[in-house]
Ligand binder design. Structure first.
Ligand SMILES: Nc1ncnc2c1ncn2[C@@H]1O[C@H](COP(=O)(O)OP(=O)(O)OP(=O)(O)O)[C@@H](O)[C@H]1O
Length: 296
């Protein structure tokens, strides 16, 4: 099997703190891998080591079979990192042209403008673009060399719904053409719809690795959600036998349980103040919360 990315027991220690802790990972060609994890889990550090921007404290990283810092490798990859640094005094099209000039077989300018939906902004100064437009420019620059492997670190932050949709459609098409894509995101529904494989990282370690449906299947429980009355506290709900997890967004409460039939009977017997009750199976969000909590 051809592995485009190989990490062998890789760690990164910052002043005594293990940001990445003995992480091993192999990514095969043509896959879309999403790295998920809470803030500070080590996702960006991992991506930076794969890209050769950071050196691991321990372990080995291979990208396209070689050291990521080799010039030959760098020409075959593209990266859209969290910070898009625009060059002063260059227009959008000039910025893209500059990046195209670094590569032997760049994608045509017109394609890059279309893919990033920046056709109408081509004559604008790059520094005058909005936050979301700058992210899209970052995408065009990452694609300039028609890369074999594409890294996207929280790519859709600041993009509106239409841009986001176009962005993921393009990423999916690229994967269908055999490109390998590694992305980090905090939007679980994006990982769910785009990724073939999800690796959940917590505290620098992998706590789950599988397809979105495999990850979701790891939540054994089901969910009862309802709008709780003002006086209903989290403590009293947590104390009800059979509640394994509780999460809340304003007045909307979600209770996880292995046996929701019994739990709903118990909630009613206790005269819990509930409205708009829904009972269903857990999604990626619940699987993710449960996995990360278990690892803590
Ligand atoms: N240059 C640095 N010096 C010291 N500590 C660092 C440095 N960069 C990252 N860290 C620490 O390493 C840990 C992992 O950070 P990292 O940015 O990789 O996490 P992340 O999963 O990408 O988080 P986020 O979702 O917030 O982007 C954090 O505890 C962070 O504070």
């Amino acid at each position: 099997m051809d592995h485009v990315i190989e990490l062998d027991r890789v760690s990164k220690v910052y002043k005594g703190k293990r940001a990445v802790d003995g992480l091993s990972l192999r990514v095969s060609k043509g896959s879309v891998l999403a790295l998920l994890g809470p803030n500070g889990a080590g996702k960006t550090t991992t991506v930076s080591m794969i890209l050769g921007l950071l050196q691991p404290t321990e372990g080995k990283v291979k990208l396209l079979g070689s050291d990521p810092r080799e010039a030959g490798v760098r020409k075959r990859i593209g990266a859209m990192l969290q910070e898009v640094s625009v060059i002063d005094n260059l227009k959008v099209s000039e910025t893209i042209e500059l990046f195209r000039s670094y590569y032997d077989k760049p994608l045509p300018l017109a394609d890059l403008l279309r893919i990033s939906a920046l056709e109408s902004e081509r004559g604008k100064m790059a520094s005058a673009l909005s936050g979301g437009q700058q992210r899209r420019l970052g995408f065009a620059l990452a694609l300039a060399g028609d890369p074999e492997v594409l890294f996207l670190d929280e790519p859709t932050v600041g993009m509106d719904v239409t841009s986001r949709q176009l962005f993921w459609d393009t990423v999916r098409k690229m994967a269908d053409r055999g490109k390998t894509i590694v992305l980090t995101t905090h939007y679980l529904e994006e990982a769910d719809s785009i990724a073939d494989r999800i690796v959940v990282v917590s505290d620098g370690r992998i706590v789950a690795d599988g397809s979105p449906s495999e990850i979701k299947a790891r939540t054994t429980g089901r969910i009862i959600s309802f709008t709780a009355g003002e006086r209903t506290s989290d403590e009293e709900l947590r104390d009800i036998p059979g509640v394994t997890e509780l999460s809340r967004s304003g007045r909307r409460v979600k209770l996880m349980s292995e046996d929701t039939d019994r739990l709903i009977a118990e909630l009613i017997a206790r005269r819990t103040d509930m409205r708009d009750i829904e009972i269903g199976s857990g999604g990626l969000e619940e699987a993710f919360q449960a996995l990360v909590r278990k690892a803590e």
